[in-house]
Design a protein around this ligand. Structure first.
Ligand SMILES: [Zn+2]
Ligand SMILES: [Zn+2]
Length: 340
C-alpha cells in the first residue's frame, strides 16, 4: 500500500509499505481522509519528536475492510468510520482510572500509533467509531479535534449562563465556539488576525476583540457587567495571551491551558491572586474515549457544521503541498484525501 512516511524533519515521502493485517480484536480500515493537525506540522518541522521513520496522521476516517473474529463491536466490512489513532494501552494506571488521554504508553514504539497518512490501518475495535451516512469523510476526520474541545469544555465545567472567552481564533478556537454555541454560552473571541476575527463573527461569535486595536480587559468587562469571563480558553501558545488571561478572568473563574507551546515560556504569577480570587488554572490535553464518543455522537446528529473549517483537500501524492498549506496561517484545516 502507499503511505506518506516522515523519515526526518522536512523529509516526507510517499512510498510503498506493507499493508497491515488485523490482529486479535482489531479492525482493518481503508483510510479515506486524514487531517494535517499541528502535531503533524510539529513533527514535520522537527519541533516535536516521537521517532523516525513514522507514518503520521491522527485525524482520520475510512471504511471498514476486515474485522477480526474476536471483535465484539457491531462493525462489518463497508461500515464508514471515524478513527482514534492514538494508542490507549488500557493497562496503565491512567487508562484504568478513565484518564486514557494521559496513557503512559500512548507514544510507545511498536504500539499502535497514528498511521492516517497511509492507505490502511489495523487498530483495536474500541478505537473505531461508526459515522452517519450524512457525514463526509473529510468532516468525520475532524472528530478527533472536536473531541479535544469536548474534553476542554468538560474540564471547564461551564454552565449555560456563563461567558466564555477564547483567545486564538484558529481551528481549535472556532471548535470551542461551535460547542459553546450548542450550550447557549455567550462566546467572545480574541485574536490579532482581522480575517480570523471576521470568520469568527460570521460563524456566530457574540463579540470579537482585537487586542491590538482595543483593550481586551475593557471589552470583556463590558460584555460581563464588569466581572470578567467565567472561563478563558487559551487556544494559542502566546505568552501575552497567558498573561492577559489572568486579567480578564472573573473571581472564581477558570483558565484552560489548551494549546501546546512550541517554545515553552516561563511566566510569573502571584499565587496570592489565585488564592484570593479563587482562580483555577487547568491544563487540558488530548481527549478520552468518552470525549471521542461524544464528538462522534454530536457529528452523527448533525449538530456541528465543520465545513467552514476545511480549507483544502489534497490527494496523498500531494501531501507535501498540503503540509505547506497547513503551515500557512491563512488556512484552517487541510485534509489529505485517499483516492478510490
Ligand atoms: Zn489533532
Ligand atoms: Zn495506558
Amino acid at each position: 500500500m502507499k503511505a506518506a512516511v516522515l523519515y526526518g524533519p522536512r523529509d516526507l515521502r510517499v512510498v510503498e509499505v506493507d499493508k497491515p493485517t488485523p490482529g486479535h480484536g482489531e479492525v482493518l480500515v481503508r483510510i479515506r481522509a486524514c487531517g494535517i493537525c499541528t502535531l503533524e506540522q510539529r513533527l514535520f518541522l522537527g519541533n516535536q519528536k516521537i521517532f523516525y521513520p513514522i507514518i503520521a496522521g491522527h485525524e482520520a476516517s475510512g471504511v471498514v475492510e476486515e474485522v477480526d473474529g474476536h471483535v465484539l463491536a457491531d462493525l462489518k466490512p463497508g461500515d464508514r468510520v471515524a478513527l482514534d489513532l492514538l494508542n490507549r494501552c488500557g493497562e496503565c494506571y491512567f487508562c484504568r482510572i478513565g484518564s486514557d488521554n494521559l496513557c503512559e504508553n500512548r507514544f510507545k514504539p511498536g504500539l499502535n500509533l497514528m498511521g492516517g497518512f497511509g492507505e490502511y490501518v489495523a487498530i483495536p475495535s474500541s478505537q473505531v467509531f461508526k459515522i452517519a451516512d450524512s457525514l463526509s469523510y473529510e468532516e468525520a476526520a475532524l472528530a478527533e479535534p472536536v473531541a479535544t474541545c469536548v474534553h476542554s469544555l468538560r474540564a471547564a465545567r461551564i454552565s449555560l449562563e456563563e461567558t466564555l472567552l477564547v483567545i486564538g481564533a484558529g481551528v481549535m478556537g472556532l471548535l470551542h465556539l461551535f460547542l459553546a454555541q450548542l450550550l447557549g454560552v455567550q462566546t467572545l473571541i480574541c485574536d490579532i488576525d482581522e480575517r480570523r476575527l471576521q470568520q469568527a463573527k460570521d460563524l456566530g461569535a457574540d463579540l470579537v476583540i482585537n487586542p491590538e486595536r482595543e483593550s481586551l480587559v475593557n471589552a470583556v468587562k463590558e460584555a460581563t457587567e464588569g466581572r470578567g469571563a467565567d472561563v478563558v480558553v487559551l487556544s494559542t501558545p502566546a505568552k501575552s495571551a497567558f498573561e492577559a488571561s489572568l486579567s480578564v478572568v472573573r473571581p472564581g473563574g477558570r483558565i484552560l491551558l489548551f494549546s501546546k507551546g512550541d517554545r515553552p515560556f516561563e511566566a510569573s504569577i502571584v499565587p496570592d491572586k489565585l488564592h484570593s480570587k479563587e482562580i483555577s488554572l487547568i491544563g487540558v490535553q488530548g481527549r478520552t474515549q468518552r470525549d471521542f464518543q461524544g464528538a462522534v455522537s454530536l457529528l452523527n446528529r448533525g449538530r456541528l457544521d465543520l465545513r467552514p473549517l476545511i480549507s483544502a483537500v489534497v490527494p496523498l501524492e500531494r501531501i507535501n503541498e498540503g503540509m505547506q498549506l497547513a503551515l500557512d496561517r491563512s488556512t484552517y484545516r487541510v485534509v489529505v484525501h485517499m483516492e478510490d
